[in-house]
Design a protein. Structure first.
Length: 491
């Protein structure tokens, strides 16, 4: 059979023909006739050489048109608050609005505040211009900076938890799967995970972007009252109303240590976890990496337990509000676990019933510098602000009224909001003690961000109201739960 190499590629190409006759020659002729007319010289040479010895013919191929180089893509680099990086491409014909839409679909940044930056300029979605119209050329580099935005988490007797926008009150997503009412819900520090606890005695860890359950922590014989996650979400502390607690490996779902505690909090640097209980005369410090005991803080005098606790300043000290007749606040050094100072928030001791002593409420600011105390049993008609460093009472919150039901600091510690049985909700400036807003409301539980606060009303309320701190006006009502909201808060 003839062996033929057809022309191809750029420049000159060559092929070899063997002698042919009869039908083979006619087939060869038809094949030659089909050769492009632009190769006529090559065809003539081929016909002339037919019947003779094999010959090599050089064919000049047509030079093709050079392809048009596509524009270089614009690189978009996504920076997550965790430090993780991601990169993808877009084109200059994309508008800022369409680009941000693609970004949200691609990386599910609905729970984050997203800013698109070119150099020192923030690209706003308000002006629907293309990148080219904004003077951004090919091969440019944009940065999408994701930061944690204000979010609200609610847990309800309807067996669900819900996530809301902390500024507008918009419902973002629901988390469904528990068999009994959800009594606790909270977010991880990096905003990637939601943790819920239920009357079904289980704890569930959820991917906050997709609302998919990642892990179930089951094994408690009592209802879990609170959950604390390490900064890397690798370790979880679950505490029950009964006073039993467990550390869990969140990847495997296995319990790694059992202890006695009702509450816990993570240190500012994420290295340790502080646990305490209203029934135990001590608080304990644990390693956040392997749940090993670091040390114990023993309570003072006739205290029967620890009402609340927090890390102080940079985490080198801890503050404990003790359950005793004087409602004592004590500060301990983390290194040697020794008490360095303490002060009494009640000069006239609460004598008699333990219920009266436990009625004193105390909340610490985020860095432990200030504490607010007040009574919930009508024995004290004021709330007080204390400087934890000096032990001095710096403010008396005159308008806070009697029978305090809840108190909260804003995230930036600039404001304090109180709720009471007298149907009054008050907002105070932390540093001056001045009451800047008073509302007549049946609210009994409150939570506060930097500029907004939430109020849950007395009774089996199925919604909470979002208010502006500066005006007291209602911004939104968070509706959608079909049964009582059991816990809520800003994150």
């Amino acid at each position: 059979m003839p062996s033929t190499t057809t022309p191809g590629g750029y420049g000159d190409s060559s092929f070899t023909c063997a002698p042919a006759c009869g039908a083979s020659r006619r087939a060869e002729q038809r094949q030659l006739d089909s050769v492009d007319v632009n190769h006529g010289s090559g065809v003539a040479a081929l016909q002339e050489s037919a019947g003779r010895a094999a010959a090599t013919v050089h064919v000049a191929a047509v030079e093709p048109l050079m392809p048009v180089e596509p524009p270089l893509p614009v690189k978009v680099t996504v920076k997550y608050i965790s430090g993780q990086m991601q990169q993808f491409d877009c084109v200059t014909e994309d508008s800022v609005v369409s680009l941000m839409s693609k970004v949200r679909q691609r990386i599910q940044c609905g729970i984050f505040k997203a800013q698109l930056v070119h150099g020192a300029s923030v690209l706003s979605e308000e002006h629907n211009k293309t990148l080219k119209e904004l003077g951004i050329g090919d091969d440019a580099c944009l940065q999408l900076i994701l930061s944690k935005r204000s979010l609200i988490v609610t847990a309800s007797r309807d067996k669900t938890a819900r996530l809301w926008d902390g500024c507008s009150g918009e419902h973002l997503r629901s988390f469904e799967g528990h068999r009994q009412p959800v009594n606790f819900a909270s977010m991880s520090q990096d905003g990637s995970m939601l943790v819920t606890a239920s009357f079904d005695k289980s704890v569930k860890l959820w991917d906050i972007s997709s609302a998919v359950c990642l892990q179930i922590l089951a094994g408690h014989d009592a209802v879990v009252s609170s959950v604390c996650l390490s900064t890397d979400c690798a370790l979880a502390l679950t505490c029950t109303y009964k006073g039993t607690a467990r550390f869990w490996d969140t990847v495997s779902g296995h319990c790694v240590h059992s202890l006695c505690a009702q509450y816990g909090t993570v240190s500012p640097n994420g290295d340790s976890i502080l646990t305490w209980s209203k029934r135990e005369r001590s608080a304990d410090l644990w390693s956040a990496s392997d749940a090993q005991s670091i040390g114990r803080f023993l309570v003072l005098g006739d205290s029967t337990g620890v009402d609340s606790a927090c890390f102080f300043g940079d985490g080198s000290s801890v503050c404990l509000h003790l359950i005793d007749p004087h409602s004592t606040i004590a500060v301990y050094n983390v290194t040697d676990r020794q008490c360095t100072s303490f002060f009494r928030t009640l000069q006239q001791p609460l004598a008699g019933r333990l219920g009266d002593i436990r009625a004193v409420r105390c909340k610490f600011s985020s860095d432990g510098s200030f504490a607010v105390t007040g009574c919930g049993n009508r024995m004290e008609e004021k709330a007080f602000v204390w400087d934890v460093r000096t032990g001095e009472c710096v403010h008396c919150l005159e308008n806070s009224s009697m029978s305090l039901t809840d108190v909260a600091f804003s995230h930036d510690d600039n404001f304090i909001v109180t709720a009471s049985l007298s149907s009054t909700v008050c907002v105070f400036e932390t540093h001056s003690g001045k009451c800047v807003r008073t509302m007549h409301s049946t609210g009994h539980k409150v939570s506060l961000s930097s500029s907004l606060f939430l109020v849950a009303h007395q009774g089996a309320a199925k919604s909470v109201t979002l208010h502006d701190v500066s005006t007291g006006d209602g911004v939104a009502e968070l509706t959608g739960h079909t049964d009582e909201i059991m816990s809520f808060g800003f994150h």
